[in-house]
Write a protein that binds this ligand. Sequence first.
Ligand SMILES: NC(=O)c1ccc[n+]([C@@H]2O[C@H](COP(=O)([O-])OP(=O)(O)OC[C@H]3O[C@@H](n4cnc5c(N)ncnc54)[C@H](OP(=O)(O)O)[C@@H]3O)[C@@H](O)[C@H]2O)c1
Length: 187
Amino acid sequence: MFGKSHHSDKSQSESFSSDHSTDRPSEIIMIVAASDNNVIGKDNNLIWKLKSDLKRFKSLTSGHVIIMGRKTFESFPKPLPNRTHIVISRQHDYPVPEGVVLANTLEQALYEAKDYKKIFIIGGGEIYQQALPFCDTIELTRVHTQCDGDTYFPQLKTEDWRLSKKESHPADTENEFNYSFLTYLKS
Ligand SMILES: NC(=O)c1ccc[n+]([C@@H]2O[C@H](COP(=O)([O-])OP(=O)(O)OC[C@H]3O[C@@H](n4cnc5c(N)ncnc54)[C@H](OP(=O)(O)O)[C@@H]3O)[C@@H](O)[C@H]2O)c1
């Protein structure tokens, strides 16, 4: 499916740590859409049709770097335009298209992204779980439904995250459920 891999020659994580406040100016932002029961996906796909969420995702992430797990990357028909992609896989020879960066650890992915002002963590479940301690901000679209799935967003601890912004919207012809855009900042 893909061409030549752009594999980083930085062999290790270069000591990127979750306590990054003093050594680097980047903001690390997790962006996710989750149901009221924290479901984010099923059969390596999204579950709902929410056009406003896709528009928001595009507007927030365009021009920036996006970090994702290998399975999320494979859920796209092709790389998204106008964004630098970093794909995390333990497979050293995982083939990625020209321009897409392969990282073998989360820490290596963050190191590769360090020169960007905004770094977006875009999923999926495994990567959200591991990346949470590194993030400054979470842009969560809460989809107001209970649904079945096979992939979950981690339960946020109220002592770790402070809700700073909330914008609620009703379902309409382009958005099949009520939804809220929530911005959380690390406490
Ligand atoms: N609702 C949303 O906002 C949203 C956003 C994104 C994705 N999703 C959904 O989430 C689902 C995919 O999530 P997922 O949890 O199954 O997979 P994922 O997090 O996208 O990718 C998992 C893969 O990432 C690699 N990986 C994970 N941790 C690693 C580590 N520490 N070091 C190196 N590689 C690592 C492994 O790849 P290898 O197996 O190649 O080693 C692993 O199989 C899909 O249903 C997708 O639609 C939903």
